[in-house]
Design a protein. Sequence first.
Length: 230
Amino acid sequence: MNRAALFDVDGTLVDTNHLHVVCWWEALRQAGHDVAMHEVHRAIGLPGEDLLSHLLGAERDTNEDDALTDAHSTLYGTYFDRLPPFEAAAELLRELDRRGWRVVLVTSAKDSELEALRGAIGADDAITATASSDDVDEGKPAPDPVHHALGLADATARDAVFVGDTVWDMEAATRADVTCVGLLCGGIPRRDLEEAGARAVYRHPADLLARLDSSPFARPHDGADPSTSR
């Protein structure tokens, strides 16, 4: 049976969450919406439409959505040539691939954005497939993207581990019955990740790589040590 290593990208493998915060904040500001940056940060990881609903409310004028999303994309696109990967992100994916895991990226990024992110990571040789919110009816925190990723890897939930940095990642994986691992490098507190379902929490990809043999990737079925790094 195939084993699937499912990875969120923004804030997990590439240090982009705060870039997204600034770009969404500026897009909203230009349209006359006063939204605090800390509120935007908590919404990062949701697909664009869901992010706007979370920030502006379900009763907002949805006719603005496309313009807001386009403004964010234009602003964020100015960073495409210098997106910073986290230390050891590529090495982590390659090591899991070497150990026989099928690596699948699970992201809300659009095609051009995803291309830039993959270029920043620089580990295409270790990536089996990519699942995005465009492939499913509902994005994270719904389990649909995770289910789709499992299909791409031809793996069951029992044979998978999901790594992400937001509560939306943890909730999506938990709803799909997949063991989830949280990373702190996206800026979300440890307690929030654990309460959302994280079985173990690490600081960043390099920390997870260094502790791989005691992580859920070492024993995904039989109760890996859930102790977290400090």
